[in-house]
Design a protein around this ligand. Structure first.
Ligand code: C2E
Ligand code: CA
Ligand code: CA
Length: 395
């Protein structure tokens, strides 16, 4: 992609392009002064003078017509050229909603110019043989926009619910805490899995509001849930998504929520995946330290599926490792999975962390995990995620 971005230096008086030239790139002025000259009534006239940070020649990116003006350097200029090929490439990779909007705008632009031959950066998408591709983009964009709108409505109408799944001490089976898992009670589709909508909320930024809602609801429910635990240090474990951690006010928001519900910070555990750390390591370290300073603890979720290094685990204030279900569910049949589970447990313990094995469905798996020294477990063997009203107090 960088091949399509060049920096060029021009001296005063240089012509960058002439009226009538074929155009295949635009220019961004990093420094210098450019005059734009056009022929009006047979006479050359200066129609504009532009400088630093301004863009010119951009029509060439959307229209293969010859240049309609001349660009001449007034003062030594440093220009960044933007090739049409780059725009094509970016357009291919961009979000379907943005792409769809851009295509509509380009269509309007072409209609306004009245060009009979629509030759533009979307030329390849425009031709008959790719009409279906364009329809697919439109379909995907519409679907996403509808769903994003549905999520907004669902937040307003209180259609989200929290389900809670027990996390148990492996040896005694005592309930140590609960993981909070979101569900969407959709008016038409019934109960919708988080896997079907969180990815979009993540893309649209709605995950921040949704994330605060899950935390608020989990804290509100905790005094009742807590009665269903029988462990010295009970906890509620709430999932955090990567973009929540980039919000400036995240730590303050968490503090305000737990203060409002009078939750001891030590009883709140926040689960994060390795991507949180990998994307923004320094910001994450700062935020995570602030969260643990106030007394809450952190769990690294889906361990084994990302790329956490020993250094990451050591440098970040993580108190719990959650071993992903893909390993526990296959550890009886795959020697490799069993080895991964075993070495993860040893690694976690050597770093002073607790271990929760996820997705335990059978007594055999629980027995094997106990042999390997795992302390906590979560899975259908102990209980499926359920609504608060179906969770009974511990006896
Ligand atoms: P996760 O954090 O790894 O949560 C565990 C998932 O495994 C849950 O799926 C749970 O229902 C499922 N599970 C637990 N035990 C078993 C078992 O024994 N067998 C099988 N087959 N599955 C089991 P769920 O509730 O569909 O959630 C899926 C993912 O969605 C979660 O994976 C988490 O990444 C995300 N998620 C759920 N709720 C929230 C939330 O409130 N906020 C955020 N950011 N993410 C959430
Ligand atoms: Ca989790
Ligand atoms: Ca997990």
């Amino acid at each position: 992609m960088l091949n399509n971005l060049n920096r060029e230096i021009y001296g005063a008086g240089d012509i960058i392009f002439k009226e009538g030239d074929a155009g295949d790139c635009a220019y961004l002025i990093e420094d210098g002064l450019i005059e734009i000259i056009a022929t009006v009534n047979g006479q050359e006239q200066r129609i504009n003078q532009i400088g630093k940070n301004e863009l010119f020649g951009e029509v060439a990116l959307i229209d293969h017509q010859p240049r309609t003006a001349t660009a001449k350097v007034l003062e030594k200029a440093v220009l960044i050229t933007i090739q049409r090929a780059l725009v094509n490439e970016l357009l291919e990779k961009t979000d379907p909603i943005v792409r769809h909007l851009l295509l509509v705008i380009l269509d309007r632009y072409r209609n306004k110019r009245g060009t009979s031959q629509p030759q533009s950066i979307v030329q390849q998408l425009d031709q008959a043989e790719v009409t279906s591709k364009r329809n697919a983009i439109r379909g995907e964009a519409t679907q996403k926009l509808t769903m994003a709108n549905d999520i907004r409505r669902a937040l307003r109408k209180d259609e989200f619910e929290m389900y809670y799944q027990p996390i148990c001490a492996l040896s005694s089976g005592r309930v140590a805490g609960f993981e909070a898992l979101i569900r969407w009670r959709h008016p038409a589709q019934g109960l919708v899995s988080p896997l079907d909508f969180l990815w979009l909320a993540e893309q649209t930024g709605q995950i921040r509001e949704l994330g605060l809602w899950t935390l608020e609801r989990s804290c509100r429910d905790w005094p009742i849930l807590r009665k269903a635990t029988n462990f010295a240090l009970p906890f509620v474990s709430v999932n955090m998504s990567p973009s929540q951690l980039t919000g400036d006010s995240f730590v303050e928001d968490v503090k305000a929520i737990i203060a409002r519900h009078r939750i001891p910070p030590t009883e709140l555990k926040l689960e994060l995946t390795e991507t949180v750390i990998i994307n923004k390591p320094e910001i994450a370290l700062n935020l995570l330290n602030r969260l643990t300073d106030m007394g809450s603890s952190l769990a690294i979720d889906d361990f084994g599926t990302g790329h956490s290094s020993l250094e990451t685990l050591n440098r970040y204030p993580i108190g719990t490792m959650k071993i992903d279900r893909s390993f526990t569910s296959t550890m009886l049949t795959s020697a490799q999975s069993k080895e991964i589970v075993g070495s993860s447990i040893r690694l976690a313990h050597s770093l002073g962390m607790d271990v929760v094995a996820e997705g335990i469905e059978t007594e055999e798996v629980r027995g094997k995990l106990l042999e390997l020294g795992c302390n906590f477990g979560q899975g259908w063997l102990f209980g499926k995620p359920s609504e608060l009203k179906n969770i009974s107090p511990a006896v």
